[in-house]
Design a protein around this ligand. Structure first.
Ligand SMILES: [Mn+2]
Length: 463
């Protein structure tokens, strides 16, 4: 049978080329003829047909138009609601905006175009990836698709020109009649991503699901399929993982309750406590994305199927959960012995040099996320601790407790530091109540740290 090839992966060694076919397996000749007939031409014996390449494109369009009504049906018209009122309100508002990206994603899956999915390497980013993988697998089985998905755990908060180069190289491994697709979840909403976006804009379609505050000059906002709860009257407490779970539900029903919980808990959303599921998953995702070596991943990349193999195995799951808990407790205990309690009016700022407490045998927990853990633990142990500052190498990360985040205003502190120490700071950004600064090679970390503390003190003293 002559089959319609819409996507070929190179370099995998013949005959192991990957072809992607819609289950109906429309024959190239039939498709060509159908198209010519549609164009009002009479097919006569021996008549030359369009070239292979052109025919493939035309045939793919024929398949897609046939599928059009189908994919429109696949998009679920009723929003996916979970009973958390504030989140449900936002989901209802943004739901219709899922329609286009869902149709776009399905188109890529059907035609086997390369789909690169980059998720942030934390519990929030990876929970979204796992949920998305469940729905992609589900719909692929249902429709008989062989999608070409490349999962990348993304270790930075921006999408750089280098990332764009890499993605272009990966996509160049395929000959495909469809543009490749890049899907980003849980990072990159900053001016620092602009060059990456520009490098990719013309050659890729892009779907972007994020929940970080939208920086003024961020060019991603002009992308057709950029979705962020900040645009819908919500904020970062509507997590990217939760958003991606909802997106996954827009084209396939899979059970993602655990990932919704893991995302909200893992990202310290105010809605985290509204759920009974996901606590263990949040800890496991946090562990795996911090230290992929733990599952012998030398390349440092972890993909959703590997996460699933742990989550779906009761014994493994409890092993990983316990390991995470023990390691975290060890480091927290050391932190409580080492950290400084600085008075700020009637409150306190916790300051920790992470290099003094770092574990020797695992990267977990990562210093960048430790300020939140410190604050949570300080809360549990009682006392007044309103802000935590953790520094390690050239990084300074900060977290303010929810009830003072307006007064402490970390983004404002970061903005101020960038103004004072312009060349001393490489980058800085994050949420309303959690963010970090990267000190440049020209910067003096001690000096910047002192300045941050002084500023935060002034703010807290005014309470
Ligand atoms: Mn997040």
């Amino acid at each position: 049978m002559e089959e319609l090839v819409t996507s070929v992966k190179h370099g995998s060694g013949n005959p192991a080329i990957l072809i992607s076919l819609y289950e109906k397996k429309i024959r190239v000749r039939e498709a060509r003829e159908a198209l010519l007939l549609k164009a009002g031409m009479v097919i006569e014996e021996g008549m030359p047909l369009p070239s292979e390449d052109k025919a493939a494109k035309l045939a793919a369009n024929a398949i897609l138009s046939e599928l059009d009504s189908n994919t429109k049906e696949i998009f679920k018209k009723t929003p996916y609601l979970t009973g958390i009122k504030e989140l449900d309100t936002t989901t209802s508002k943004l739901w219709e905006h899922f329609r286009k990206p869902v149709e776009l994603l399905l188109r890529k899956l059907i035609l086997g175009a390369p789909v690169i999915i980059r998720f942030h390497n934390d519990a929030d980013g990876s929970s979204g990836a796992v949920a998305l993988n469940r729905s992609i697998q589900g719909i692929s089985e249902k429709m008989g698709l062989k999608p070409n998905i490349i999962w990348i755990m993304h270790r930075s908060v921006m999408y750089t020109a280098t990332d764009a180069e890499w993605d272009t190289l990966v996509a160049n491994n395929f000959s495909t009649i469809e543009k490749p697709l890049l899907l980003i979840t849980d990072f990159g909403t900053s001016e620092n991503s602009n060059r990456g976006i520009e490098a990719l804009r013309n050659n890729f379609d892009i779907i972007w699901l994020d929940h970080h505050p939208i920086e003024e000059n961020f060019s991603g906002i002009t992308l057709e399929n950029y979705i962020n709860p900040w645009e819908f009257g919500s904020g970062s407490d509507y997590t990217a993982g939760y958003l991606t779970c909802a997106f996954a539900h827009a084209f396939h029903d899979s059970d993602t309750k655990d990932m919704e919980g893991a995302s909200l808990i893992g990202d310290s959303s105010i809605h985290g406590s509204d759920l009974s599921t996901g606590r263990e998953e949040a800890a496991i995702l946090d562990l795996l994305t911090s230290d992929p070596i733990i599952i012998s991943k030398a390349d440092g990349n972890i993909v959703p199927s590997e996460i699933e193999s742990i989550l779906s195995d009761k014994k493994k799951k409890s092993e990983f959960f316990n390991y995470a808990k023990v390691k975290l407790d060890e480091v927290l205990d050391r932190a409580f012995l080492q950290m400084k309690h600085l008075k700020a009016g009637s409150h306190e700022i916790l300051v920790l040099d992470y290099s003094e407490i770092r574990s020797e045998d695992t990267k977990y927990p990562l210093p960048g996320r430790f300020a939140s853990k410190l604050l949570t633990e300080a809360d549990a142990r009682g006392g007044k601790h309103y802000m935590a500052i953790v520094h390690y190498n050239q990084f300074i990360s900060m977290r303010a407790a929810g009830n003072v985040s307006e007064i402490v205003n970390i983004p404002e502190i970061i903005k101020k530091m960038k103004e004072i120490y312009s060349s001393g700071i490489d980058s800085g950004g994050g949420h309303k109540n959690a963010a970090s600064i990267k000190v440049s090679i020209y910067g003096d970390k001690k000096e910047i740290l002192r300045s941050i503390i002084e500023d935060a003190r002034g703010r807290l003293a005014a309470l």
